[in-house]
Design a protein around this ligand. Sequence first.
Ligand code: UGA
Length: 473
Amino acid sequence: MHISVVGLGYVGLVTSAGLARWGHTVEGVETSPERLHALLSDKIPFHEPDLPELVAAGRESGRLLFSGSNLEPAQRADIVITAVGTHDGNGGWQTNTMRACLSEIVPHMRDEAVLVVRSTLPPEFILELPELVTALRREAGRGPIPVLTNPEFTREGSAVHDFLHPERLIIGIAHDPDGSGLRRAQEAYADVTAPTLVMSAIDAAFAKLGSNLFLATKISFANELALLCDAYGADVSNAVLGMGYDDRIGPKFLKSGIGFGGSCLPHQVTMTVAEARRDGLEVPLLGAVDTVNHRQRTRFVETIESLLGSGLSGRRIALLGLTFKPNTDDLRDAPALTIAKLLIARGAIVQAYDPMPAARLRAQGIVPNLQAMPNVLDAVRGADLVALMTEWAEFGSLDWAAVRDLVAQPIVLDGRGFLDPTTVETAGFAYTGIGRRSRGSVGVTLTPGPAAIAVGSTPSVTFEMDDAVQVIS
Ligand code: UGA
């Protein structure tokens, strides 16, 4: 098939290269001259594992082409997929880019072609979409075309894998009276073995939005649970482990810490709350998800203050990680940046290291007075406290004895529940995690698992909190 993908950001570029891998001819359209120039020079404008190889393979095969103009690719395509940005950068939606892109493309699409909207959009825009497209066609003297949506569920850092091996494919029908649009979309995704769910476009929009809102809710729930665990002397990582064995709950997205960041979860929570309130709807749960998420950042700074005792003025803090999650160079709404700003505002000297050089550079532009260091050892030198912000693999295998030799005070605050407390403590550090302040203070009794349980004679094993949870099966 001949497919045009409009917008070559995280979503569009992965979609283009993935469809080319599946044998389609894909023309990716990018209107930013800098980004287009980078792509034409075989440079990927952001860090995404496996994407450079996938793009290179597509280019070599001749099936992945890049263009700066919407027009010709739209005229040639069997399917036009739009993947343009829909955030205004200030916590709100913006649909101007999408509207402009549709006005430019839709009148020129072939009568047999299908429009597939992949960007995440506000519900009201999805409801308006069929009429908007039909009107553009009518004004151009053209007949109607099928209009579908195809929300994406790819995560930064594993987007290539998520695209090529999705857990589900969702096709939303905005306008497709004879089913020809759906047939073409299925042809484009013929290599996907996951279930395909076909539903109305508005239901598909809520499947996407609902997924992200639920993931955000899980994280804020875990963060509130961590607060309770701190107060009552429990270790949240053990509590969550125990919860996760229940199929109805599952173990994922229950990691407490400095909260969620990025371009998706935070914005989609705040935008949904704002739109709902504007429309007179009460959404207290989602409002609380946002409140808890932001509280994590301020609480983290307060924890640093309480660990250091006498104010932050002149204290040297090492931040390990700046990006909102590992395996990306994305700093959008990264909790580490908010925390760095708060620390600097309170007089601290912040020395930060992130494995992504581009992220280090940009972070210095976003956070005045941030000292971005070229490696971990420079970041921890003279530090009164070392704070883990992003769970990069590099930090999981740090030589803590070498770090101990460089710091002014051996204090570690783990903002992601990522470090092995015993390793850190063995090197001579005092370890504190979010919801894990009880470490070492309480003994608990573990009852062996089902295989060993006999009613009335249940044996038990006593162990200290320092030990990992024992799973006996
Ligand atoms: C998210 C969704 O996970 C994707 O399914 C979706 O396609 C994407 O948004 C989108 O709408 O485009 P992403 O923003 O790449 O993906 O990142 P996530 O992996 O969801 O992580 C978001 C944040 O939550 C990160 O800051 C991460 O550190 C944090 N997080 C995640 C936690 O604090 N705790 C957890 O247990 C898991």
